[in-house]
Design a protein around this ligand. Sequence first.
Ligand code: NAD
Length: 489
Amino acid sequence: MSPIQPPELLCFVDGRFVSGRASFNKISPVDGSLSATVHEAGQDTVDAAVLAARRALQGAWGNSSVNARAQLLRRIADLIEDRFDEIVAAEIRDTGKPESLARELDVARAAMNFRAFADVVASAGLESFLTERPDGRRALNYAVSKPLGVVAVIVPWNLPLLLLTWKVAPALACGNAVVVKPSEEAPSTATLLAEIMSEAGVPDGVYNVVHGFGPGSAGEYLTSHPGIDGVTFTGETSTGSAIMRAVSPRVRPVSFELGGKNAAVVFADADLEAAVAGLTRSVFLNTGQVCLCTERVYVERPIFDDIVSGLAQQARALKLGRPSDPDTTTGPLISLGHRQKVRSYFDLAIEEGADVVVGGGVPELGADLARGAWIEPTLWTGLDNKHRILREEIFGPVAALVPFDTQEEAIRLANDTDYGLAASVWTQNLERGHQVAQAMRAGMAWVNTWYLRDLRSPFGGFGLSGIGREGGKHSLHFYTEPTNVCVQL
Ligand code: NAD
């Protein structure tokens, strides 16, 4: 059998695949092989994409009905499912994640995103008020929603299609046109989605893809473009800050889903087995590369040793390996560059005086994986909130465990962060579960579970974790502009 040729990924503008100004190599994090050549959009390609999006808004798409758009979204979901295996293969080629994860989480959620926002938009009503003045005059106020316009969608590499469609689905549901800039580390599925958009009958110019990097490349060209009406972004906090600067001269709205340094709080009355299983998932899922992953674990002192040893046992049992191996639980990090960053935190942990419970290095996985970005699942004890290990987002399969003595202390420790994305609380006392979850300064707080999502609920973060909320009607708010009409009766 001849080896499969790495694909050449083009940009997608106005319904057509187009070349870029140059191309770059996407390297597989599994074994260092070439996984794709990608065309990088120059300023001219970004200009053409923004112009095509604007033209689409001025055409039939601008007058499309909510029902027609909801139907289109459902057709896109069906087509994602028709091409499920192909999309899974593209996602694992870029990210190296286990095939089971790409199937159960990434690609399944992509289809679900389109269906969920078809339902949300189809059932959204108008805000209206009957005004009754003291002098007897009456008026009807009602707000009609219009698309925001040309929306720049910039996404990271960790859950590429899931996070992209989480933004594209509501944007299209609301009648916008989008220019998407996928991560340079995960360009494949956004490109496949372009084919699906055409097949579904999405008009030319409504969905455009510009590949490339951030500064001096497609990301910067897009966010500083005078033709965009808003930016929705998921990625690092420092990138969010750069994007804010880029859009500030023209005062465009932004929706930012940024980094996290998420806490889990485990009380002595928790179901220990369930807590260890939940923590294993929340620390190590996707090799710790989910913005919601737990990197700080606060444990009530009487069960501290049990949780440390239980979690360490689970960490040692994780199976690192090729995505297609059904026994694989854990893939590599996204790149050697990211592994270098994570390893620098391994060194820092030692400098800060951590005890390494498990991991702390690079695994030996044999010659064929030697050039991949593999890393050992790692747990530390012996540190506290003054250490950088507990303050900075590492974005790898790592956590530091810290004991606490009272509920008040646990809340204070969990909230002692500049971030505020997610938290989880483990207790069998439901009253305490509600109290502590409500006290969390975090956009999402789970009790006895983690990453259980209802797409109608608000998603986003406090502080350095973002601006605004998406999900359900919160997405509709961001992707539309209302005009309030007041009619004297
Ligand atoms: P990143 O910020 O480096 O890159 C994200 C995207 O922004 C990429 O497409 C990149 O090319 C682009 N970009 C970079 N610089 C830019 C610039 N100056 N202008 C415009 N675009 C630019 O993030 P990453 O490393 O791809 O992803 C990991 C980060 O994403 C972590 O911090 C993680 O917590 C965060 N994240 C947050 C959420 C959330 O929902 N809050 C979800 C997933 C990931």
